[in-house]
Design a protein around this ligand. Structure first.
Ligand code: GDP
Length: 375
């Protein structure tokens, strides 16, 4: 048994760790003996919750533990570790401290009799607020990178019917995830496969063939395919290498980025000569070229998602930051110093809520609900 006296334990309370043999029978016997002493099993996330309540962690770090437990790929693990290390908390607390400082200056100014108000003070306050809004807005316009890294980066496979989209997805998934068939229009819904691409969580979606059809179900599949293709971060446009005309104009499509994939090169004699040079030549049937395509895709994903600066990872943080930015913006146009101070106080509240410095009781249940027992 290991004894960790408060406050130097993981939760900040007295903690005893029992190291016992892992068999069910041994566990059951020990649990029963402890229950007779009036002890109970921890609720999901209870250890982390207590650590938070005792000031061992801020909320961002508690969320990072949940992310770390759920991480499936290396990039997700790294993002969670960085957040656990506290860099996101440091950034947000820095902003909170700046607002506190500006507010303190402003309140000092409010207490000045009118005639003594230093003229340059208001100007400096406005400058600082403007700068802060700029920083927060810059942080917010990150293309949701951190959130996508948590949830999976969407890649949509699109292209004409029978080009081999389902076959490519199967190759990528290395298993039969989608039904392939020689009859056009078999993929009527969107089929997704989650893969670990060079450490990044990527969800590849196969979509119904893009073509006109009078079949109502197929039309619905087409609509879903279009929506998915629009939402995706990257599109793979698959076409039959024997019909390069199908890919005409695709490379000029706007965002998101579209990679051209010329499939069925096993059926044509000299792909180098007949294909657009920007297309990735592959054969979903033999697997030729698929590794090169995936490695290029991984490269693009890595480029977009690897980040030096701390990134926003949750919608909860985004919402609070948007509220803070809008309170700060409002404070700039406030007509009275008292109103400006009130807006700054609101901004302060929003920022404090991210790290858990104020009124978070209602948030705690939501956040710790996702934890597994024993964490
Ligand atoms: P989708 O409609 O775009 O999803 O196309 P499928 O994946 O269902 O493929 C249509 C047909 O083309 C099927 O009969 C596949 O076996 C065939 N096919 C797919 N990829 C290749 C390939 O690389 N080479 C050859 N020879 N046939 C392929």
């Amino acid at each position: 048994m290991l004894w960790f006296p408060a406050p130097k334990s993981v939760t900040g309370e007295d903690v005893a760790e029992l190291h016992i043999h892992g068999s069910r029978a041994a566990l059951a016997a020990v649990t029963q003996a402890l229950a007779r002493l009036g002890l109970r099993l921890a609720e999901p996330g209870e250890f982390t919750r207590r650590a938070f309540l005792n000031g061992k962690l801020d909320l961002l770090q508690a969320e990072a533990i949940a992310d770390l437990v759920a991480a499936e790929t290396e990039a997700q693990r790294r993002q969670a570790i960085r957040q656990l290390g506290g860099e996101l908390g440091t950034l947000y607390r820095g902003w909170r401290d700046s607002v506190t400082r500006v507010l303190a200056h402003l309140e000092a100014a409010i207490d000045f009799p009118d005639e003594d108000l230093p003229p340059e003070l208001e100007e400096r306050i406005l400058e600082e607020i403007t700068e802060l809004v700029g920083e927060i807005e810059h942080h917010l316009t990150d293309g949701h990178r951190g959130e996508k890294l948590r949830d999976g980066i969407m890649v949509a496979i699109i292209g004409p019917p029978n080009a081999g989209k389902s076959s490519l997805l199967n190759r990528i998934a290395r298993r039969e995830a989608a039904i392939t068939s020689p009859i056009a229009g078999t993929t009527r819904d969107v089929i997704e496969v989650a893969i670990d691409l060079q450490g990044y969580p990527v969800v590849v979606a196969d979509t119904a063939g893009l073509r006109d059809s009078s079949d109502a179900i197929e039309q619905e599949g087409f609509r879903r395919a279009m929506r998915r293709a629009e939402e995706a971060e990257i599109r793979l446009f698959v076409f039959d290498a024997a019909h390069p005309a199908e890919a005409r104009g695709v490379s000029a499509w706007p965002e998101p980025e579209t990679l051209l994939v010329a499939n069925k090169i096993d059926l044509i004699a000299s792909p180098e000569r007949d294909l657009p040079s920007i297309a990735f030549p592959i054969s979903a049937l033999t697997g030729e070229g698929v590794d090169a395509l995936l490695s290029a895709l991984g490269g693009r994903v890595g480029q977009s998602y690897c980040s030096e600066a701390p990134v926003l990872t949750r919608a909860r943080h985004r919402q609070a930051l948007e509220e803070a930015a809008s309170s700060l913006r409002r404070s700039l146009s406030a007509t009275l110093p008292e109103l400006r101070a009130e807006d700054l106080r609101l901004a302060l509240r929003s920022l404090s809520r991210i790290t858990g410095a104020v009124d978070v009781e209602d948030l705690l249940d939501i956040i710790f609900h996702d934890f597994c027992i024993g964490k």
